[in-house]
Write a protein that binds this ligand. Structure first.
Ligand code: ADP
Length: 545
């Protein structure tokens, strides 16, 4: 017997419908590429997204299943494009502007993008590659006529003119909830980037789960600032979950430096925000340089994408009274996989005990199944010590990549091998030990590069640290610690090693410390171990000479 409930397809435009109807006057505040701050409401966003959809259908000729690329900062125009294009049953493929030209051309062509919507900032980027994009029919520059530049882009349309031709009361067409609506390529530390394709259903389910009380704990009274760009991993779902909750939205646009982020946190009274550690490093440094500044409105900050160092968590919690939620996820997981919120039943833990758990990557929310296995696929115990391959499955987790790429990451039972190595403890909290290709293999044992880095950034004067395995005749690999000093700070190798003593196992102690001006980052702001290894390819450890 089937249930007798209404068959209400989980389409993402229903999120905007809800925000517009019941939270219609809540604001979306955006820093624009024009340099000013723009204000609008969910009701305006709804009308403009509909106008965009109707004009895109008429003038751009978009049809169900067409892919539209966006290269845009976080702002209301990107949100309108997001909902307008998805609402038509078309697919928004978010392009990361930090990709190299070759990768950019690859992902646009591989994803079969028909139109590219771009911010003013990126006109030169697309001018330079347009001749290598045979399937792209034209470009929409997300600006008004007054600011429209001279450009060699072919078949170019001005965004505000396009919207001006649309119908603000356009009715969304209906289609199956499993229809594709979003596309995001993983940055591909090895081989070509691989395409992840989200459906309306997966995005609605993920938004419901991630906004929940034990996850991001969202409410309409909140003021959320998604600093994580919409082109990173499905915007961590915030482009869906924030409107779904009816919270006010603050969008930082092109400026993610400490000063600009602080200004919006302060003037817009932001209560919750989310981004990778690199962004928070910039904010905390700015606050350190301006000791009178505080964060009186900010209640919580979500940190993920890379491991959140203890020093960063302590700075937010102890110095600024802001709660940190450490989150782990992947583009392939929509992306949230686990969050470090305190579980009921753990009240008995002392502050010190809880702090150790809190530093981990958290526990899975409903809809994420998780396990660790050995190389043969045998389940490993949840004792917080044994580590193995982290595998996941669920309704908002990829079942394959676009065009069947990377099929070996998925097994016959639907488990996706994350490529991460992790432990699971007795309470169900997961801790990432490393990416499987970054663990340092010393004498048959594994050293976690993440643990070394986290311990090192706690050392006074250290701004950023990266640990990589260097060849060693006896041990196979031994750790080299690469460090960027804080501006004007004096730090020595001995001081760093002394700081690590007692914080890591003796045999994990780096064989050498190298100081550099800058550590290379990937397009998603993570330390690029690949580039770093390349930079140090001729380096020989003193212990290996
Ligand atoms: P990309 O690979 O393109 O950078 P993802 O954002 O999908 O894109 O990267 C996911 C990976 O980032 C995870 O597999 C994991 O290795 C790492 N990661 C994400 N969050 C954390 C975290 N909180 N701690 C440690 N590593 C993390």
């Amino acid at each position: 017997m089937l249930g007798l409930m209404q068959d209400w397809p989980l389409l993402v435009h229903t999120i905007l419908d809800h925000a517009s109807q019941w939270h219609g006057t809540r604001e979306i505040v955006s820093r624009r590429v024009e340099g000013d701050i723009a204000r609008m409401t969910y009701r305006d966003l709804d009308h403009r997204a509909r106008a965009l959809a109707s004009a895109a259908q008429g003038r751009l000729g978009l049809k169900l299943g067409d892919v539209v690329c966006t290269m845009s900062w976080n702002g209301y125009r990107h949100m309108e494009t997001w909902y307008g294009i998805m609402g038509l049953g078309c697919i928004v493929h978010t392009l990361n502007p930090r990709l190299f030209a070759d990768q950019l051309v690859y992902v646009i062509n591989h994803g079969e993008g028909k139109w590219v919507f771009l911010d003013l900032t990126f006109v030169p980027v697309l001018e330079a590659v347009q001749d290598k994009l045979p399937k792209v029919k034209g470009f929409v520059v997300m600006i008004d006529g007054e600011h429209m530049p001279q450009t060699s882009l072919k078949n170019v349309v001005t965004y505000e003119e396009l919207i001006g031709q649309g119908d603000t009361a356009f009715a969304w067409p209906g289609f199956d909830e499993n229809t594709a609506c979003g596309m995001c390529y993983t940055s591909g530390t090895t081989g070509n980037p691989k395409g992840v394709v989200y459906s309306h259903r997966s995005n609605v389910l993920h938004a419901l789960v991630s906004s929940g009380g034990d996850a991001l704990c969202m409410a309409s009274k909140d003021v959320w600032m998604p600093v994580v760009p919409m082109f990173h991993a499905n915007a961590w779902s915030l482009a869906f979950s924030v409107p779904l909750s009816g919270a006010k939205m603050v969008m930082p646009g092109p400026r993610m430096d400490g000063e600009a982020i602080y200004e919006l946190l302060d003037t817009e009274k932001v209560t919750a925000t989310a981004a990778v550690p690199t962004v928070w490093l910039m904010l905390l440094q700015y606050l350190e340089q301006n000791p009178d500044l505080k964060l009186p409105h900010l209640e919580k900050v979500v940190i993920g994408g890379s491991a959140c160092p203890e020093a960063m968590m302590k700075a937010f919690e102890d110095k600024y009274d802001t709660r940190v939620i450490h989150a782990w996820g992947m583009t392939e997981m929509s992306p949230l996989g686990s969050l470090g919120t305190r579980k009921g039943g753990l009240e008995h833990l002392s502050d010190d005990e809880w702090w150790k758990v809190k530093l981990k990557q958290g526990r899975p929310a409903y809809s994420v199944e998780m396990k660790i296995t050995d190389d043969e696929g045998k389940d490993l115990p949840h004792d917080g010590k044994v580590f193995g391959r982290l595998k996941v499955r669920g309704p908002a987790i990829a079942k394959s990549y676009a065009k069947g790429d990377g099929a070996d990451a998925f097994d016959a039972e639907g488990w996706f091998d994350t490529g991460d190595v992790a432990t699971l403890d007795e309470y169900g909290y997961m801790q990432i030990t490393d990416r499987s290709k970054d663990v340092i293999k010393s004498g048959g044992e594994w050293i976690s590069s993440i643990d070394l880095e986290n311990a090192a950034v706690g050392c006074p004067g250290v701004a950023e640290a990266a640990a990589i395995g260097m060849p060693h005749p006896k041990w196979d690999e031994r750790p080299l610690l690469v460090i960027v000093k804080k501006k004007g700070a004096e730090v020595t190798k001995d001081a760093v090693l002394q700081h690590l003593e007692g914080k890591i196992a003796k045999w994990w102690m780096p064989d050498d410390v190298a100081f550099v001006d800058e550590i290379p980052h990937t397009a998603t702001g993570k330390i690029s171990k690949l580039t770093l290894r390349e930079q140090f390819k001729d380096y020989v450890l003193p212990t290996a000479q």
